[in-house]
Design a protein around this ligand. Structure first.
Ligand code: BES
Ligand code: MN
Ligand code: MN
Length: 469
């Protein structure tokens, strides 16, 4: 440890209590992006973050888009040193269902060394670690050892439309283009999880996704199921037939060409995942299920990290009130999605899906398939020169070397950074799998928060040192 990093670590330790208070202030802002009722809170959160960058002496601003603003900030340039792009999102998922929260989602509660609030882990708490590590550098050394550009969006949880338009140059105005503005050597994102408590990780693979809504229409009105049943196609019956026809009992998706572009797990990956000794029994117990299921021939970790999947996310039709009602419903519908792995492409899956559902759809039913969003998966080069510096930084912050993992979640912009900016991403997640993102009682360990800040502070030094070696 150099004198400088020792000074920073001391500063971070001294400020730990205040950092915790700031985290709570930040989580109090209800930045729910998908619901327009929260628009003022979303804007307030963007303003708070922008002010935070301003306080550090960074050049900062709000980029107005078709949706919620992007917060952009950069530290002063450091000639000859690398440039890092930090991406994150200040928006959060809706807190519903509210009655399952033990305390209100936007009144952060600290219990048992964890902070409970919507956005605690996804992604406000995690992204704040990078802001606070910058404060450590600015307050002790007066400058960072490299330049950092922060791109923090407010629409990750609802499709990132504004961000994609910004990346495509739509908000360039007369100034510098988004492409030039974001020029960097590497991107860093903390918006994922560690392997387990005390086992920090570098994530080298994310899944892609392709998400649909299917609407089925049958007769022009609800019918008596005795009078008409058995003579008219029932949209609810048709819906379950179609959905059931998309996957077989061995967990294989039944769409023509679906597996064509799947990159298979390597023997080395399978070996490494086995060596992580995933505790199936404990994981089952945590979820109160008596078995794990999925594609035949693969372990739980392999299914979660590296195999494509199909899940119905919602479905509706017919009578759902109290008691029984003998109805043949006029309509039925569902939302469903496939998680993809490299090199599957959403467009290609869609063509096969359309063919397959036509095949499965009975006569007398009109079908409408709505493509809601999609993004390909990513695999990051495990032999990248940035991996060892990142591993050292994590070891400095967490006291142990990271393991290499993939994950089942999607961060769509990672692929766009590669394609549009030509840079790879270091996915350094500080969360835990049971942090309940998108779910009631979301939380983030305060110890992981403080370790994340330390690891981040070391990361800037580690990356700055790379150019010299
Ligand atoms: N932070 C998550 C992604 C994530 C979750 C990564 C768990 C690693 C582990 C992100 O905010 C998210 O929710 N992504 C969505 C993207 C989708 C809506 C396109 C997801 O994965 O469902
Ligand atoms: Mn997230
Ligand atoms: Mn999320």
């Amino acid at each position: 440890m150099t004198q400088q990093t020792a000074n920073i670590q001391n500063y971070l330790d001294e400020q730990a209590g205040r950092f915790q208070n700031e985290l709570c202030d930040w989580l109090r802002m209800a930045s729910v992006s998908t619901d327009s009722q929260f628009a003022d809170h979303v804007r307030a959160a963007a303003g708070w973050l922008r002010q935070r960058f301003d306080d550090l002496g960074f050049q900062s601003g709000l980029i107005e888009t078709c949706g919620h603003p992007i917060v952009y900030a950069e530290s002063p340039p450091v000639p000859g040193a690398p440039v890092v792009l930090v991406y994150g999102h200040y928006d959060v998922q809706p807190p519903d269902p509210l009655d399952l929260w033990h305390t209100p989602p936007f009144e952060p509660r600290i219990e048992d060394g964890k902070v409970f609030a919507r956005g605690a882990t996804d992604d406000k708490g995690q992204l704040l670690t990078h802001v606070l590590s910058c404060e450590g550098w600015m307050k002790t050394a007066g400058a960072l050892p490299l330049q950092i550009k922060f791109l923090i969006e407010g629409e990750e949880e609802c499709g990132s439309k504004g961000l994609y338009e910004f990346l495509a140059g739509k908000y360039d105005g007369d100034g510098i283009s988004a492409h030039d503005r974001l020029a960097a050597d590497i991107c860093v994102i903390s918006d994922s999880s560690q392997y387990a408590p005390g086992m920090p990780a570098i994530t080298y693979g994310l899944k892609g996704i392709t998400y649909y809504e299917l609407r089925l229409d049958g007769p022009n009105r609800d019918l008596h199921s005795g009078t008409f049943g058995g003579s008219v196609s029932n949209p609810a019956n048709a819906l379950v037939k179609i959905l059931a026809g998309l996957i077989d009992d061995a967990g294989r998706v039944q769409i023509p060409g679906f597996y064509d572009d799947v990159i298979e797990l390597t023997e080395r990956e399978r070996e490494e995942y086995r060596s992580l000794n995933f505790d199936d029994a404990a994981a089952r117990q945590d979820l109160a299920v008596d078995a794990f299921t999925g594609e035949a021939g693969y372990s739980t970790l392999e299914r979660r990290w590296a195999r494509p999947t199909f899940d119905i996310n919602g479905l509706w039709s017919g009578y759902q009130g109290e008691g029984a009602k003998t109805v043949l419903p006029a309509k039925a519908g569902a939302k469903f999605s496939f998680r993809l792995v490299p090199d599957q492409q959403p467009e290609k899956i869609k063509a096969g899906l359309e063919r397959r559902i036509k095949e499965l759809c009975p006569p007398g039913i009109r079908m409408e398939l709505i493509d809601m969003h999609g993004a390909p998966g990513v695999l990051l080069p495990i032999d990248s020169p940035f991996m060892e510096p990142a591993a050292r930084a994590i070891e400095a912050g967490f006291g142990t070397r990271p393991v290499f993992i993939r994950c089942g979640g999607s961060i769509p912009v990672v692929g766009a950074f590669k394609e549009m900016l030509g840079i790879d991403t270091l996915l350094l997640g500080w969360g835990q799998d049971d942090d309940n993102p998108h779910s009631p009682n979301e939380k983030f360990s305060l110890e992981d928060f403080q370790r994340g800040i330390k690891a981040s502070a070391c990361l800037w030094q580690e990356i700055a040192d790379m150019k010299q070696s």
